[in-house]
Design a protein around this ligand. Structure first.
Ligand code: UTP
Length: 302
C-alpha cells in the first residue's frame, strides 16, 4: 500500500571545509542569507511541501541550530516591550515546528548522515534536503521537494533531483546515466556515479540536494563501504537500491544556490538581497554604481 510522505531529514553535520575559517565554530547551515539562516529556508521548503516532522542531523555546531528554532522568551519579551512586533513576527515564524535533532558523531559522509535517521523514519518513504543547498529562494508555489513527493505519489518509487551542470564541474557531483530522453523531466536511470572524472561521466545531469527515498535505503547504507573521498556516499547506496527497485531522476528547472561554496554564497546573498524589501533599492543602486566604477577603472587601465 502506498504510504504518505510525512518526514524529512536535513543533514547538517558536514565540516564545511570550503568555507573555513567561518565554519570553524559555526555550522555553514547557519550562515545568513541577508537576515535568515540558510537552514530556515530549507525548513520552510519542507513545510511548504506538506512535511510534518523534520530530523536535523547535526555535528559539532549543534547548539546554534537548535537555539535558532527554539522559542526565545527573553528576546520575545524584549521586542514586545519595545513595540517591535514586526521583528517579533520573524522570530515567531521559526518556532512551533516539529523539529527533532540527532548527532552524527563523526562526519563519515552524507550516506552515514542519512543512516542516523533510520529509527526516526521507520518504514516510510521520506525526503532528504541538504542543509546547504537552496532552491528558488525567492519563492515559488511549487517547491522541488513537493515535486518529488508528487512523483512518488505517481510512481511509488525513489526519485532523486538532478540538473545539468557544466561538463568540467561534474567531478564535484554525483552524476546519473539516464535511460533515454526522459518523460516530462522524469528519467529512468541506469547508474548513479559519485564524483566521476569529466571524461568518465555518463552525462552532465548532476544530483542536487533533494532526494525522495524509500526506507529500503537504510539496509543498504548499513553495509555501504566508503567510496569517493573515503566517505560513505549516499549516491553509491542509491545505485545499489536502483538494482532492486526503480529509482527515478527528476530534472529541476529552477535556480539552485550552493551556499556551502564561497562564490555560491555571495551570489545567493546578492539575489536574495535584490528581492528583500529592506535592501532591494539600496543594493540595486549600489550594484549599478559599482558596475560604473569598475567600467571606468577598466577603461583607465586600457
Ligand atoms: P557537503 O559535501 O557539501 O558538506 O555535504 P561538507 O563535507 O560539509 O562540505 P565541504 O566540502 O567540506 O565544504 C552536503 C550536505 O551533507 C551534510 C553537510 O552538512 C551538507 O549539508 N553532511 C556531509 C553531513 O551531514 N555529514 C557528513 O558526514 C557529510
Amino acid at each position: 500500500m502506498k504510504k504518505q510522505v510525512r518526514k524529512a531529514v536535513i543533514p547538517a553535520a558536514g565540516l564545511g571545509t570550503r568555507f573555513l575559517p567561518a565554519t570553524k565554530a559555526l555550522a555553514k547551515e547557519m550562515l545568513p542569507i541577508v537576515d535568515k539562516p540558510t537552514i530556515q529556508f530549507i525548513v520552510e521548503e519542507a513545510l511548504a511541501s506538506g512535511i510534518e516532522d523534520i530530523l536535523v542531523v547535526t555535528g559539532k555546531s549543534k547548539r546554534s541550530i537548535e537555539d535558532h528554532f527554539d522559542s526565545n522568551f527573553e528576546l520575545e519579551h524584549n521586542l514586545k516591550e519595545k513595540g517591535k512586533t514586526e521583528l517579533l513576527k520573524l522570530v515567531d515564524e521559526s518556532t512551533g515546528i516539529r523539529l527533532h535533532f540527532i548527532r552524527q558523531s563523526h562526519p563519515r559522509g552524507l550516506g552515514d548522515a542519512v543512516l542516523q535517521a533510520k529509527a526516526f523514519v521507520g518504514n516510510e518513504p521520506f525526503v532528504v534536503l541538504l542543509g546547504d543547498d537552496l532552491m528558488d529562494i525567492n519563492g515559488t508555489n511549487h517547491p522541488l521537494t513537493k515535486q518529488l513527493i508528487e512523483d512518488y505519489e505517481a510512481t511509488h518509487a525513489s526519485t532523486i533531483a538532478v540538473m545539468p551542470v557544466p561538463h568540467e564541474e561534474v567531478s564535484s557531483y554525483g552524476v546519473i546515466a539516464p535511460q533515454g530522453e526522459g518523460v516530462n523531466g522524469l528519467y529512468s536511470v541506469d547508474t548513479f556515479v559519485e564524483k566521476p572524472k569529466p571524461e568518465d561521466a555518463p552525462s552532465d545531469l548532476a544530483i542536487i540536494g533533494r532526494y525522495l527515498l524509500t526506507p529500503e535505503i537504510f539496509a543498504i547504507l548499513e553495509n555501504q563501504k566508503p567510496g569517493a573521498g573515503n566517505e560513505i556516499q549516499l549516491t553509491d547506496a542509491i545505485d545499489t537500491l536502483n538494482k532492486t527497485q526503480r529509482v527515478f531522476a527528476r530534472e529541476f528547472k529552477g535556480n539552485r544556490y550552493d551556499v556551502g561554496d564561497k562564490f555560491g554564497y555571495m551570489k545567493t546573498s546578492i539575489e536574495y538581497g535584490l528581492n528583500h524589501p529592506q535592501t532591494k533599492d539600496d543594493l540595486k543602486n549600489y550594484i549599478i554604481q559599482l558596475g560604473k566604477d569598475l567600467d571606468s577603472k577598466t577603461k583607465k587601465a586600457d
